[in-house]
Design a protein. Structure first.
Length: 368
C-alpha cells in the first residue's frame, strides 16, 4: 500500500521549510507591533504547509491563526490547533456548521452573513477602501445594530496599499476604521480591532490596534521597500540526474531556442513547470549548482530543465546527484523567490503559494 504512494514519484523536487526562520520572523513581527499576532496560514500556509506553520508560529508567540475559508480553519482544528482561528471568506450557500461546532471565529460583512453565522463568535468587517468584501459605510450602522445580540469579538478591515510607504490611502482607511469603531461602540459593542497586514505591522505600528494579521513577512518575504531582518522560510531544491557533453552548434530543449556556442557540459535537472518552475522563466533564469549560479538554457519543459555548466573542468565540476537550488533565502548567492517574481512581473506571494502541489515533496527543518 505505502509503496503505491511513496514509490510513485522519485524524490525529484522538494521544498525545504525552515521553521526556525519562521519563528525568528514571528518574533520580529511581534516585537515590532507590540500587540497580539495572528499568523495567516491561508492557501496551505502560502505553500509552506498550514499545520506546521501554525504550530511553529504559535510556539514563537503568535496567539491567533488566520485562514481564508472555514474549511481551512476546520482542518487546522482537526490537526490539533487549539488557538483562536478566524476564517474570513465564505460563500453565501456554504454550510458553516462544522466551523461553528469547531469554535472557529467567522468574518461577517453583511446582515445576511450575520444570519448565516448564527452561533459563531464573529468579527464584523468594515470596508474602508479596498472595495472587496466588507460592509459599506452606508450599511454599517444597520449591521452593528443587527449584531447586538451576537457574539461580536472584533471589528476589522483590510488595507489596499500598506506596502507603499506613505500612500495617503493608508491614513484615510485608518480614519474610516476609527469612525466605524465609534459607531460600533455607540451600539454597545466592545470589540477588538485589527486592520494591519505584514506591511503595516512592519511600518505602521501605530495602526497595530489590538492585533496584527501577518502572512508574507512571517514567511520571510519582505513586502516593504526597506531592509528588514526577515529570513525567507522556503528553499526549492532538486538535484542533477545526469550530465553530458554537447557540441557547439547543437540546439537545446523544445524549439531549440538556445544553441550552444561552444562545446559545453549540460546538466539535466528533473523539475519543470509541473513542479512550479514557471515556463515564463525560460531563457532568463539561473540556478545555484556546485558553488555558483549557472544559467538554465532553452525552454522549461513539463518535467525538466537544462543547465549550462561550461567546460566543467574548473574547481566546481558538476556531477549527477549534486544539489540544485532553484530559489532560497539568497544568503549564499542562490536566486530568491523575489527574483523570480520580478522577472515574471508578479509578487513573491504567488511564487511560494504556487509550490503547493503534490509532485513536490515538503520537508521541514526545525520541527519541534
Ligand atoms: C492574506 C491576508 C492577510 C495577510 O497579508 P500579508 O500581506 O501576507 O501579511 C491579512 N489579512 C487578510 C484579510 C488577508 O486576506
Amino acid at each position: 500500500m505505502g509503496d503505491v504512494m511513496s514509490g510513485q514519484y522519485a524524490p525529484r523536487a522538494e521544498t525545504v521549510v525552515d521553521l526556525d526562520s519562521l519563528r525568528h520572523n514571528v518574533a520580529l513581527l511581534a516585537d515590532r507591533a507590540q500587540v497580539p499576532v495572528m499568523a495567516v496560514v491561508k492557501a496551505d500556509g502560502y505553500g509552506h504547509g498550514a499545520v506546521p506553520v501554525a504550530k511553529a508560529a504559535l510556539e514563537a508567540g503568535a496567539t491567533w491563526i488566520g485562514a481564508a475559508s472555514p474549511a481551512e480553519a476546520v482542518d487546522l482544528r482537526k490537526a490539533g490547533v487549539e488557538a483562536p482561528i478566524l476564517a474570513w471568506l465564505h460563500a453565501p450557500d456554504e454550510d458553516l456548521s462544522d466551523a461553528i461546532a469547531a469554535g472557529v471565529d467567522l468574518g461577517v460583512s453583511s446582515v445576511a452573513e450575520l444570519r448565516a453565522t448564527e452561533g459563531a463568535r464573529i468579527h464584523l468587517k468594515i470596508d474602508t477602501g479596498l472595495n472587496r468584501n466588507g460592509c459599506s459605510a452606508e450599511e454599517w450602522p444597520d449591521l452593528v445594530q443587527a449584531a447586538r445580540d451576537h457574539d461580536v469579538h472584533g471589528i476589522w478591515s483590510h488595507l489596499a496599499s500598506a506596502d507603499e510607504l506613505g500612500n495617503p490611502s493608508i491614513d484615510l482607511q485608518a480614519k474610516r476604521f476609527d469612525h466605524a469603531y465609534e459607531i460600533a461602540r455607540a451600539a454597545g459593542h466592545t470589540p477588538i480591532r485589527h486592520i494591519a497586514n505584514s506591511a503595516a505591522a512592519l511600518t505602521r505600528p501605530d495602526l497595530a490596534y489590538d492585533m496584527v494579521r501577518v502572512g508574507i513577512a512571517m514567511y520571510g518575504l519582505n513586502p516593504v521597500p526597506r531592509h528588514e531582518d526577515l529570513r525567507p522560510v522556503m528553499t526549492f531544491r532538486s538535484s542533477v540526474v545526469s550530465t553530458k557533453l554537447t557540441r557547439a552548434g547543437e540546439g537545446v530543449s523544445y524549439g531549440h531556442t538556445w544553441i550552444a556556442e561552444r562545446d559545453t557540459t549540460l546538466a539535466l535537472v528533473p523539475v519543470g513547470y509541473a513542479d512550479g518552475v514557471p515556463r515564463g522563466l525560460s531563457g532568463r533564469f539561473e540556478v545555484f549548482l556546485a558553488g555558483r549560479r549557472r544559467p538554465v538554457v532553452g525552454r522549461v519543459c513539463m518535467d525538466q530543465i537544462v543547465v549550462d555548466c561550461g567546460d566543467n573542468r574548473g574547481d566546481d565540476p558538476v556531477n549527477p546527484g549534486d544539489e540544485v537550488i532553484l530559489f532560497g533565502p539568497g544568503a549564499h548567492g542562490e536566486p530568491t523567490a523575489r527574483e523570480w517574481a520580478d522577472k515574471l512581473g508578479t509578487i513573491d506571494y504567488e511564487i511560494v503559494t504556487n509550490m503547493y502541489r503534490p509532485r513536490v515533496r515538503r520537508r521541514y527543518v526545525g520541527m519541534s
